[in-house]
Design a protein around this ligand. Structure first.
Ligand SMILES: [Mg+2]
Length: 189
């Protein structure tokens, strides 16, 4: 299973959740699969999906799912410590670990070698850390969201590989404003 297949399978789980999606092909694939106003597509700030989602979960009560990648988490591992110590129970970090920097040509990341994001998350203080394969991910994500007493980090180990997708045609301000509207916030002037 590759990332596109996984994102397709997760659509029912992500319904009505506040979803922050990693920059590049993950966001473009998610847009192509099923564009929704509760999906916030990152157009910059590589590595910060986990941080943006964490702040969002801390500031309101709806369920938040940050979709991040192995390459992005590797470049912002310090946020795992903040998540381990401060994440509220309405926050789930889903790391799609395909062992590669997919958006730049599938160069291998260190999760192919000695680095375990599961062990890093546990060592960072995250108490509910699940590593699973792509087939089990939707079930594990549902369980994480249904558990109102814990925050979760899920590492979904899948194959590398991308599909051909186009850039997201929505203006960044429109992505921001429709997401704010979905949360119930007034648009910026
Ligand atoms: Mg990756």
């Amino acid at each position: 299973m590759n990332r596109f297949d996984l994102l397709e399978k997760l659509q029912e789980s992500l319904k009505d959740k506040l979803v922050i999606c990693n920059i590049g092909l993950p966001s473009q694939e998610l847009y192509q699969i099923n564009d929704q106003p509760n999906y916030f597509y990152m157009l910059g700030s590589m590595g910060l999906s986990s941080s943006i989602g964490l702040g969002l979960a801390l500031s309101q009560n709806k369920e938040v799912v940050s979709i991040d990648g192995d390459g992005s988490v590797l470049m912002n591992m310090n946020t795992l410590a903040t998540i381990g110590n401060r994440a509220p129970n309405n926050y789930t970090l889903l790391i799609i670990d395909n062992g590669s920097y997919g958006s730049t040509g599938d160069q291998k990341t260190f999760t192919n070698e000695a680095t375990s994001l599961k062990e890093v998350a546990i060592g960072s203080g995250c108490k509910k850390v699940i590593e699973c394969n792509g087939e089990d991910t939707s079930k594990r994500l549902d369980q994480a969201i249904e558990d109102k007493n814990n925050s979760y980090v899920i590492i979904s180990r899948i194959n590398s590989g991308n599909v051909s997708v186009k850039p997201i045609p929505i203006h960044p301000i429109s992505i921001r404003d429709r997401f704010r509207k979905y949360i119930g916030l007034v648009p910026y002037l």
